[in-house]
Write a protein that binds this ligand. Structure first.
Ligand SMILES: Nc1nc2c(c(=O)[nH]1)N[C@H]1C(S)=C(S)[C@@H](COP(=O)(O)O)O[C@H]1N2
Ligand SMILES: [Mo]
Length: 263
């Protein structure tokens, strides 16, 4: 998040300076531009209303995570966190071989859409061998197959003000006196549209097993393990994370883990 804002600020300040014929160098030379009443400050304040595609053009931060060779696949994929969700919705889907499953895209979109597994499998596929790092101190290298998330979001039409994608999962990660807490996490739109962010349904050339998130789990390759939601059922586009769950953008984030969770 802060990374996104800083980059956008730099770009806007830079282009404003060029446009007005200024020839200053060094960041602090621009401080006056950020003072109240200065038109540049207004441009900066309006940065939040930039369309999503404008944001991406500004950032250009699409560096790929390292991909490995087939012989480097290690240890299969150690299942961690929830490995066998017991919510009635999930148990029903599991018993019916995930036939009735749908992935829903909702929130700040032009149209709410949902896709069956067959539809997702028929979309363009990407396979990548990547390393998964868990904060607990272990990592695996595994081969993931799925469809890139960006074009799926485009089918819903992400509204200009949307800033985050929230990933809602089927599993009850924690039971409390006031009910089950369902796993969720979130990313910014840069990570959602990153070319290696895929809705994965295959692991090491097999159908994704239940223990690793069947039928669909997202891979966000530049982020830590807890940012890779398993048992995904809904992606919600929002402009603010405060109203969701504990307000910090994810189950582990609500429990003190860093929101960005980058590697
Ligand atoms: N829905 C859901 N997603 C989740 C978790 C979880 O408990 N529930 N655990 C996270 C953590 S901490 C890790 S390390 C990885 C583990 O993925 P794996 O089981 O495929 O190894 O999933 C992440 N995604
Ligand atoms: Mo993890």
């Amino acid at each position: 998040m802060s990374r996104l804002i800083v980059n956008r600020r730099r770009f806007l300040l830079g282009s404003a300076a060029v446009g007005s014929g200024l020839a200053l160098s060094g960041c602090n030379q621009f401080d006056f531009l950020a003072q109240r009443g200065n038109p540049v400050r207004e441009v900066i304040e309006q940065a939040n209303v930039l369309t999503y595609s404008a944001q991406r053009a500004l950032i250009g931060d699409q560096v790929l995570a390292r991909e490995y060779g087939q012989s480097e696949i290690r240890q299969g994929m150690k299942p961690n966190g929830s490995t066998e969700p017991t919510t009635p919705e999930y148990m029903f889907l599991r018993q019916t071989n995930f036939e009735p499953y749908r992935l829903t895209i909702k929130g700040m979109v032009e149209r709410e859409v949902s896709f069956s597994l067959a539809e997702l499998r028929n979309m363009p596929a990407r396979t990548q061998i990547t390393r998964h790092d868990c904060v607990e101190g272990w990592s695996c290298i595994a081969k993931w197959t799925g469809t890139p998330l960006g074009p799926v979001l485009d089918q819903a039409g992400v509204k200009p003000g949307a800033r985050f994608a929230v990933y809602h999962c089927f599993d009850n990660i924690q039971r409390t006196l006031s009910g089950d807490i369902l796993y969720y996490t979130s990313s910014d739109l840069v990570d959602a549209y990153h070319p290696q962010s895929i809705l994965a349904y295959g692991l090491n050339d097999q159908t994704l097993p239940v223990s690793n998130g069947a039928p669909i789990r997202l891979r966000v390759e530049r982020a830590l393990g807890y940012k890779q939601p398993k048992y995904l059922h809904t992606i919600e586009l929002v402009d603010d994370l405060a109203a969701i769950g504990g307000g910090k953008g994810g189950y582990w984030e609500d429990n003190g883990y860093d929101w960005y969770g980058g590697i």
